[in-house]
Ligand binder design. Structure first.
Ligand code: ATP
Length: 364
């Protein structure tokens, strides 16, 4: 069983910097877990601890049920793919693919068989005699992946494997990685700072910030019920709109903001905010949950001034201003608004998010 399990794993670098403040999660056999967070949040450090390339300062790390805190990288049955590929420039593709197996003393015939299998799978059959300098970025990335795959490890560790590729190649390699994972079902930990990559690849996602886990959940749950302002702002593009104001109860709940009033209507979620009446909260609205309404529509939740219209093909982003807050609404093309005018906006009452302004945690 290739489970990976972390119990309060910490990393304090010798200079005293706490890179991982205590991480606990389990990865089931065959799962693909994505670790996502901004640059410097500690995700690479965490992956390198799983790989055995960094020591664990405290806590327990298990692979396949065995405590591996003190086990050398080569004895962990893992293979890691790095951001910069780290291919050997003087070796051919075939030699690069087989190098790790040769080091382990595997018989030549078995190496050749595995290299051929992986080359066929990754469509590198024509490039086996080429050197890395003669390959495209995508082909180099596939060699790096292939070199991990020939080892048939219990766990794959991938550290931003697509970040050196252009946008189009990133997309096709993302699909490729998802396809390979479905086919082989190898337990995989995938590190990225790219929220789209995380959302499309991860069965479960660990959102990381400043050395601490912010939330662990499926992509959909993270999007629909972010546990705090960091997760709310990190996942989703354009980002969730945030409005600060005082909650007033009356004929339906309303938020008094610097830019006017936001009518919240009634719903079980809004009713559950009774403890927050007459207190400051932060309201979160996804851009797709804000839609322009006719000028006389009585169901409007708020008004905002339209600043810029951004057509992006199948939809339009409306950049608006409500008091001192910038808002973005996503709507289908053909919207009849003109920059400079006030727009009435409707919201989906069952899709509102509320946060405590003191620490950013979700409320309601
Ligand atoms: P990136 O995406 O930019 O690689 P990351 O989330 O992977 O970022 P890490 O590389 O894990 O982040 O680094 C986490 C923090 O630990 C950073 O603030 C970094 O400066 C610090 N750090 C990394 N390596 C060391 C080290 N050897 N000694 C001291 N601090 C370090």
């Amino acid at each position: 069983m290739a489970t990976v399990s972390l119990d309060n794993v910490r990393k304090v670098y010798p200079n005293g910097h706490v890179a991982v403040a205590g991480a606990s999660f389990d990865i089931a056999d065959g799962d693909l877990l994505v670790l996502v967070g901004p640059s410097g949040c500690g995700k690479t450090t965490l992956l390198r601890m799983i790989a055995g390339l960094e020591t664990v300062s405290a806590g327990t790390l298990r692979i396949g049920g065995r405590v591996v805190n003190e086990v050398a990288p080569k004895d962990r049955d893992i293979a890691m793919v790095f951001q910069n590929y780290a291919l050997y420039p003087h070796m051919t593709v075939a030699e690069n693919l087989g190098f790790g197996l040769r080091l382990r003393g595997m018989p030549r015939a078995e190496i050749a068989r595995r290299v051929d299998d992986v080359a066929r799978l990754l469509e590198l059959g024509q490039q086996l005699d080429a050197r890395p300098a003669a390959l495209s970025g995508g082909q180099r990335q596939r060699v790096a992946l292939g070199r991990a795959m020939v080892r048939q490890p219990a766990v794959f560790l991938l550290d931003e494997p697509l970040s050196n590729l252009d946008a189009r190649l990133r997309l096709s390699m993302r699909v490729e990685i998802a396809r390979l994972h479905r086919r082989f079902g190898t337990t995989t930990v995938y590190v990225t700072h790219d929220q789209i990559e995380a959302m499309t690849l991860g069965q479960r996602i660990v959102v990381f910030d400043r050395g601490a886990i912010q939330q662990i959940d499926t992509p959909m749950k993270l999007y629909e019920r972010p546990a705090n302002l960091f997760v709310a702002g990190f996942l989703g593009s354009p980002a969730m709109n945030l409005l600060r104001g005082i909650l007033h109860a009356g004929d339906g709940l309303a938020l008094a903001t610097a830019g006017g009033t936001v009518r919240l209507g009634t719903s079980p979620q809004v009713d559950a905010l009774a403890d927050w009446h007459e207190r400051e909260v932060i309201l979160g609205l996804r851009p797709e949950d804000l839609r322009p309404l006719a000028a006389d529509d009585p169901s409007a939740a708020l008004e905002a001034r339209l600043e810029v219209l951004e057509p992006v093909g199948n939809e339009v982003f409306l950049n608006l201003r409500h008091g001192d807050s910038a808002l973005v609404a996503r709507t289908p093309p053909g919207v009849a608004c003109v920059p400079g005018e006030m727009v009435r906006l409707g919201t989906a009452v069952q899709r509102l998010h509320f946060f405590d302004p003191r620490d950013g945690t979700r409320i309601g």
